[in-house]
Design a protein around this ligand. Structure first.
Ligand code: NAD
Ligand code: AKB
Length: 333
């Protein structure tokens, strides 16, 4: 019995977070900063290596190791994985929807090639797990726009959406063919106050909050009634970690899970903000982002994520608005 206990203890230790060594690629972005900080609370911070093209984000400074990395440099990525005995990769570097429409070929190259680098290295080095985010951008005009199902017509019309759909297929391929435990979420638009968003169509929501706390008028790049699925960053971080920590037998999808929290249009968000900032003013000047938004769903059916690994959002539009305004006010001081 003593021997069995010892073995059980050893096996438990092997599954302890301390045994994992994590590489976050794109750690200085909107999601990367908060995800890296959250991972450093669960795992030994020295074992969560943050990497990005840019200089280290001020919020990451002093919280754990940082390495400048261009994920397009496969050799450097591979060396980093071997040198730091990496067991998991969170690959967040990408060109987002609005920026991608300005240079579609570059977006395809970066979004695809970087994912292939990560999946190949995961296969060669037998990594325990890989995380790679997809997006609501995989859906196009053929899909139902309300309660968009997990499995439906996938005909994205944006360069970003095409790259995300192809990425999902590659993730499933590497899982089916090589057994790589790759996991993914189709994030909706993410709202946060800690780090700035980078070139997305849904970034307008964050800019609206910033204008409201700075008493500025906001000119919205989307029309007032353009409704999109959205989520508050604390929920997105929790969803990511819950998915990655779920036992393998709870994961039935290795392409990407639909994920939902709430949805709103610019006019509805402005009304939610006005409850607390009555003088907030908005005008509408739709630009090229309008077409992107119109090709995406208004709300998402995420029942498979709820069934498989127990997903449930904590924030709705009202509680997110209150929390965003409070935090932005504090950061302003
Ligand atoms: P972001 O643009 O804020 O951050 C991406 C980071 O990747 C940046 O810090 C950038 O410097 C870095 N990067 C770019 N090219 C790189 C390269 N060649 N090598 C290394 N680093 C590089 O993006 P984000 O909002 O944090 O998104 C992260 C991931 O989540 C992306 O795959 C994105 O498509 C996906 N996603 C985001 C949202 C959202 O609302 N933020 C929604 C759906 C999906
Ligand atoms: C974007 O707007 O590009 C992102 C996304 C929904 O993928 N926020």
């Amino acid at each position: 019995n003593k021997k069995t206990n010892k073995l059980q203890q050893l096996s438990l230790q092997n599954r302890m977070p301390a045994k994992e060594r994590i590489l976050v690629i794109g750690a200085c972005g909107q999601i990367g900063v908060e995800l890296t900080l959250a991972l450093r609370k669960i795992y030994d911070p020295q074992h969560v290596i943050a990497t990005d093209l840019r200089d280290e984000h001020p919020l990451l400074k002093g919280t754990g190791p940082y390495v400048t990395l261009d994920v397009m440099n496969r050799e450097m990525l591979h060396v980093l994985v071997i040198r730091h005995h990496i067991t998991q990769i969170y690959h967040l570097a990408a060109i987002l929807s609005a920026t991608a429409e300005k240079n579609p070929a570059l977006a395809w190259h970066i979004n695809m090639q970087s994912l292939i680098h990560v999946l190949e290295i995961a296969r060669e080095e037998n990594l325990h797990k890989v995380y790679w985010p997809s997006s609501i951008a995989v859906f196009g005009k053929g899909a139902p726009r309300q309660q968009t199902p997990q499995h439906t017509i996938l005909e994205p019309t944006t360069a970003y959406g095409i790259s995300k759909l192809a990425g999902e297929r590659w993730c499933e391929y590497y899982h089916e063919r090589y057994g790589v435990d790759v996991r993914s979420l189709r994030y909706p638009g993410l709202i946060s106050y800690k780090s700035s968003p980078g070139g997305g169509t849904t970034d307008y929501a964050i800019e609206m909050f910033q204008a409201a706390v700075e008493n500025r008028k906001f000119c919205c790049p989307l029309a007032p009634d353009t409704r999109l699925p959205m989520m508050y960053m604390p929920d997105a971080i929790r969803a990511t970690i819950e998915l990655m920590e779920a036992p393998a037998n709870r994961i039935s999808l290795h392409s990407s899970y639909n994920l939902h929290a709430f949805h709103f249009s610019p006019a509805e968000l402005a009304a939610a903000i006005r409850k607390y900032v009555p003088k907030f003013e908005i005008c509408y000047q739709p630009d090229f982002r309008q077409q992107i938004a119109e090709s995406w769903p208004e709300s998402i059916d995420d029942s498979q994520a709820r069934q498989d690994w127990g997903w449930k959002p904590a924030f709705d539009l009202e509680s997110m608005t209150v929390d965003m305004l409070q935090n932005l006010q504090q950061w302003k001081k």
